[in-house]
Design a protein. Structure first.
Length: 256
């Protein structure tokens, strides 16, 4: 039977890679993000290969949209088996230069957006009998950094929420897991490399080399590697994973 997925942050980067691989593996996929054009382009691309893809443009900071979006996907596919919460980018910088609104925005999109989508999707996931939530969080949850106070705080809260919902899901037939990606080759990382190159007056290849050394990782990861882990987690081979938070970060997390 075809599994039915809902993926947020799907217009680019990690979310797009996840949606693409799920579609390639035979899932019906609802894709959500703010950009209607990018989502429709993705739907056309994946649809050309025979995938059933539903593009749903929305700003997930508007938590009132969650029931509508989940409802549209469940109606189109006849239910829902997998929710992948992947939306959300937070501002980096000097804590004293980040206004309160930046903190509110960070929590609104990545944390509260996922909270409300999980709330809306939960009845469908329970009904599916093998429902699953996978949260894409980030290594900053466990490795605080002075210039990542928003993202680190959001990620830590998201990690706690994942464990709490796994505790609930154990008795309700819904698995809940998470992935902590480290630095991944996305547009966001490309911009960060350019910023570091300018700050240090070096070339971008040299900035990349220095960042890999500074972060003490083996290399930067690829979005497709995160997608492969999501597919494994949702497969029969990963069915014993529950309440798991997997660090896919090239060694970025040094703590236990």
């Amino acid at each position: 039977m075809t599994r039915r997925a809902f993926v947020t942050g799907a217009s680019k980067g990690i979310g797009r890679a996840i949606a693409t691989l799920l579609a390639d593996r035979g899932y019906a996929v609802a894709v959500a993000a703010r950009s209607q054009d990018l989502l429709e382009g993705l739907a056309r691309e994946l649809g050309a290969g025979g995938a059933d893809v539903l593009p749903l443009a929305a700003d997930l900071r508007d938590v009132q949209r969650a029931p509508e979006l989940i409802g549209a996907a469940a109606s189109r596919f006849g239910g829902l088996d997998l929710l992948v919460n992947c939306a959300g980018a937070t501002k980096r910088g000097d804590f004293f230069g980040l206004p309160h609104q930046d903190f509110l925005d960070g929590f609104a999109l990545k944390f509260f957006g996922a909270v409300e989508l999980t709330r809306a999707a939960w009845p469908h996931l329970r009904k599916a009998g093998a429902g699953h939530v996978v949260n894409i969080i980030g290594a900053g949850a466990r490795t605080p950094s002075a210039d990542f106070t928003i993202g680190g705080s959001v990620n830590s809260a998201f990690e706690n929420f994942t464990k709490a919902m796994a505790d609930r899901g154990r008795d309700e037939g819904v698995r809940v897991n998470a992935i902590h990606p480290g630095p991944i080759e996305t547009e966001r990382l490309t911009r960060r490399i350019a910023e570091v190159a300018k700050e240090r007056a070096v070339s971008q290849p040299e900035a990349r080399r220095q960042m890999i050394k500074d972060q003490r990782v083996i290399r930067f990861g690829r979005p497709e590697e995160v997608a492969e882990l999501v597919v494994y987690m949702d497969s029969p081979a990963g069915a014993y994973l529950h309440g798991a938070i997997v660090e896919l970060d090239g060694g970025a997390t040094k703590g236990l």
